[in-house]
Design a protein around this ligand. Structure first.
Ligand code: C2G
Length: 738
């Protein structure tokens, strides 16, 4: 009793690795893995080389047979070729971006071996995450070693029950263990002309050919993880591909499916017809609204009309009144009427949005009023960390403009807190208000340091300067495999938002390179001028500023300052964008051993919402978290402790000692983010795991400096080489005045 696992592959090595790893660990006995590569869809030769290497490696642990689709393309052709090569008693289709859950498939095989079964089909689990993350979440524990085969698996179905279950969800051939001889007798093939919906006619064909002697068994526990893709830009799944021929393709699959069903099988006919109506309703409205959406041509509309004509009236009862009206209009070939009803439904929803939803209302206001007003050539709008502070690159670009061209411009600052004092008397507005929209629409120059709202519609005449907020250590956007903390559509959203940036500021050539792949950003638009926020670190009056900052924070001038500025942790949060803070430093110990000479200045990341006031006030710990600008805190400090924050790239400009408190390095690197540089060998200071290590390093800070001198210099030259105190000047003179 063996199984041929058939996997079509065209792109996405990281997906395939997960898929094959899951087979390695599935505890299968007799099996073969048939991989059919669709080489016509590869991006380049390197991709080809790399996948061949990968397969060579996996061949050492798996019985892989690989084949290539030469003159054909598409998942249907790949599956047909795979089927023709299969040699085991059962076949099982997988997609290369999915993976098996534990030993589910081997249990399905045990069930198959115990009786004469045509098909054993498992239950799917839909997930956004890679296998590692999926298996780590507690919830998945329940699938592990789940019950024994007898209680867990064996549920016999008659074919109409199976059909009902499949048509209620999605008709797919995935996760079905099918007897090969039975399949061959059926003479079915996947329709190679159908790019998106070849599963429909194939599965309907299987159902239609099943007799009451053919047993189907369903597994109740989940055996297969089907992945959604959060990178729809580089790796869209078949269902995420934007294509305008979907309506035709679905209709072809529907017609072919209908051809397989025997006249007597009314149940199956109804299920298929209802499935078709649902597809039509879901896609009909889109077909005349969006740019990349499916198109419904007149001919196809006519063909759908004929299809609906042949359906039994009882099918329509399952839809609501308005849906029925649309279906009837299509059935009667009345295109105008169908559009009118669909539009009415659309407007009803819009109207609800217009009066009940702030974003919809804002959009309408922007479109119909603000964007029709002329753009103001001398208005410059600044936003730092979503309006959370007066800080970062934006602050220094603003202050340079204020000093040199103050009278020529009108400045607008986005600030959540109106009480923060900003020099130069700019217009202060709150984010996401009508005023915000108004200034966004009318300002010629927009200077931001993080993302602007996704709904922002840039005007051609405006200039959007994205200054970003740090040299990247942690992997960003398209270089991250899974996105844990942001929205699941983070990659697509980021892509859309970043297409509106005219310039992206970079601090060094390393960042430029990273931005190119992490943001899929055009190098031509990246300006490598250094960071304006680091200008202050080269100021002539740096000592004076340091004294002033200490005074403002109440730190005795005679004390040295240890700045502790960690980053945020993706898995420690209250809700999206609201992160927790847990202090890993033993303050009492540190105070006892270092309190004579030092104070500790705590600075939490701007995502963190926990207040640290309760930890301060004993003359040793000071709160720097409400301080607007961290660059001023750098100046006031003598040593910086950080972890995976981009803080150290900037701090290194001062050439003062940096300690890395990396007590959760493995977790952070492996699970949460991944890094661009090697922390062990490239950062300009020691990686310390415990409180004792930290204290000892500070007690012997001169030795630490000596040990890391050479590495610090290399680091400085690589990352701080452009910063010279004139970055703001370069931005303003070249991008705003130039
Ligand atoms: N920051 C701060 N206080 C901290 C940590 C960070 O004020 N305790 C500021 C610093 O200016 C830092 C910036 O926020 O450079 C970005 O913080 P990171 O910790 O690097 O994290 P993140 O916001 O995820 O940005 O390319 C940079 C990445 O996008 C990282």
């Amino acid at each position: 009793m063996g199984v041929s696992i058939i996997i079509p592959y065209h792109r996405g090595e990281h997906f395939l690795r997960d898929c094959l790893d899951s087979i390695v660990e599935a505890r299968l006995e007799e099996y073969e893995v048939i991989i059919v590569r669709d080489v016509n869809r590869l991006n380049n030769v390197d991709e080809e080389k790399s996948i061949l290497q990968l397969l060579e490696w996996y061949k050492t642990v798996l019985p892989i047979r690989d084949f290539t689709l030469l003159d054909k393309t598409g998942v249907a052709a790949a599956r047909n070729l795979g089927l023709s090569k299969a040699s085991k008693e059962y076949v099982y289709f997988m997609d290369s971006d999915d993976y098996l859950i534990y030993d589910g498939l081997s249990k399905m095989l045990q069930v198959a071996s115990s009786s004469e079964v045509a098909v054993v089909y498992g239950t799917m689990c839909l997930t956004w995450f890679k296998r590692y993350t999926f298996l780590k979440t507690d919830k998945q524990e329940m699938y592990k070693d789940s019950k024994d085969v007898a209680t867990d698996m064996v549920k016999r179905y008659d074919v109409s029950d199976v059909a009902e279950q499949l048509f209620r969800e999605e008709v797919s051939v995935l996760n079905m263990l099918i007897k090969r001889s039975w399949l061959e007798e059926s003479g079915l093939h996947f329709d190679e002309a159908n790019e998106f919906y070849s599963d429909l006619s194939y599965v309907t064909g299987l159902l239609a050919r099943s007799t009451s002697d053919d047993t189907w068994i369903c597994s109740r526990s989940k055996t297969y993880a089907k992945r959604y893709h959060n990178d729809t830009i580089q790796y869209p799944s078949l269902s995420q591909v934007k294509a305008n021929n979907r309506m035709e393709q679905f209709l072809d699959a529907y017609v072919a499916s209908k051809g397989y069903i025997r006249a007597s099988s009314e149940d199956l006919t109804d299920l298929l017809d209802e499935y078709c109506c649902r597809f039509l309703l879901q896609n009909y409205e889109k077909s005349y609204h969006g740019k990349n959406d499916p198109v419904l041509t007149e001919t196809t509309f006519g063909a759908y009309s004929i299809a609906l004509h042949d359906m039994n009236n009882r099918v329509f009862i399952n839809f609501n009144k308005q849906q029925q009206q649309i279906l009837m209009a299509i059935r009667n070939n009345k295109q105008e009427k169908a559009v009118k009803i669909a539009n009415k439904m659309f407007m009803k929803r819009k109207k609800k949005g217009l009066f009940g939803n702030t974003i919809q209302r804002a959009r309408a206001l922007d479109k119909f009023i603000f964007r029709r007003l002329p753009i103001k050539r001398n208005w410059v709008m600044f936003e730092s960390f979503g309006g959370k502070s007066y800080s970062d690159n934006c602050k220094y670009i603003y202050e340079y403009m204020l000093r040199n061209y103050g009278s020529e411009y009108r400045f607008i600052w986005v600030m959540r807190d109106h009480k923060i004092v900003i020099p130069g008397n700019p217009v202060i507005i709150k984010p996401n208000t009508y005023k915000y929209l108004y200034y966004l629409a009318r300002s010629k120059f927009l200077v931001f340091n993080s993302r602007q709202p996704i709904w922002y519609n840039k005007r051609k005449e405006s200039v959007f300067i994205e200054t970003w907020h740090g040299t990247p250590l942690k992997k960003l956007v398209f270089d991250m495999e899974d996105v844990h903390s942001a929205s699941l559509t983070h990659k697509e959203d980021f892509y859309k938002v970043s297409r509106k940036w005219d310039y992206l500021l970079s601090d060094n050539s390393f960042s430029t390179e990273v931005f190119e792949h992490a943001f899929l950003f055009d190098k031509e638009k990246i300006v490598e001028y250094g960071y304006p926020r680091n200008d202050l670190l080269y100021a002539d009056n740096a000592d004076e500023i340091a004294g002033f900052v200490k005074q403002k924070l109440g730190i005795p001038q005679g004390k040295k300052v240890i700045l502790y500025a960690p980053t945020w942790r993706d898995d420690e949060y209250y809700s999206h964008g609201k992160y927790k803070f847990s202090l890993a430093i033993d303050i009492e110990q540190m105070k006892q051993r270092l309190g004579e000479e030092y104070v500790l200045l705590l600075r939490t990341h701007y995502f963190v919402v926990d207040q640290v006031d309760s930890l301060c006030g004993d003359g040793f710990v000071y709160n720097g978290s409400r301080y607007q600008d961290i660059t001023e805190l750098y100046l006031a400090s003598d040593i910086c402790i950080t972890d995976y924050s981009s803080v150290f790239f900037d701090y290194a400009n001062l050439k003062r000692p940096i300690l890395f408190f990396t007590y959760d390095l493995e977790k952070y690197r492996e699970e949460l983010h991944g890094f661009y540089i090697n922390m062990e060998t490239e950062v300009p200071g020691p990686l310390l795991q415990t409180n004792e290590d930290l204290i000892q390093a500070i007690e012997h800070i001169n030795d630490v400096e000596e040990t890391y001198k050479e590495r610090y210099n290399t680091f400085y030259n690589r990352f701080c080489g452009i910063d010279d105190g004139h970055a703001a000047e370069r931005v303003v003179e070249k991008l705003i005045r130039g």
